[in-house]
Ligand binder design. Sequence first.
Ligand code: THU
Length: 154
Amino acid sequence: MAEVPIEDVAGRVLIDHALDAAKNAHAPYSRFAVGAALLLDDGTIIPGTNFENASYGLSLCAETVALAAANVAGRLKHVVAIGIVGGAMTATGIEGETPIYPCGRCRQILNEAADMGRRDIIIYCGSADGAVMRRHLLSELLPFAFGPGDLGIS
Ligand code: THU
C-alpha cells in the first residue's frame, strides 16, 4: 500500500469538512458552491461556506467566512491550515474536476491569521470530485505580502 504523508491525511479531512460546508452554500446567483475548513493548532476544525446576496459584489467567500468565525472565537492566531473545495451546484450535488484556489482577498485575510500566529499557513486546494488535492503554503500563493509589519505593527 502506498504511504500517505500524515499532513495529506489532515488535508483530506479538511477537504471533507469543506465539502460538507459547501452543501450549505448560499449561492443562488453564481450557482458555484465553495466550502472551506480551517484547522487550528489544537485540532479544532472551523468550517465556512460562500454567502452571496442580491447585490452580487458584496458576497462573502467561504474562506473569509471561516476566518471570521475563527476570529469570533478569538482563535485567529491558532490557524495552521485550510482546506478549500468548490464546484457547480447541480441537481445531484456539487460538481467539479479542478482544485479551487483562494481568491486574492482571501489570501490577504489568511495572511492576517498567518502573521498573528507567526506561521506559514498550509493551503489544501481540492476538487469537488475528490480526485485532486494540492498542498501549498500561503507564502507561495501570496509572495511579498503586505502585512501588519508594513504598518509598524508587530
Ligand atoms: N468564492 C469563494 O467562496 N472563495 C474563493 O476563493 C473564490 C470565490 C465564491 C464567491 C462567489 O460566491 C462564488 O465563489 C463565485 O465567484
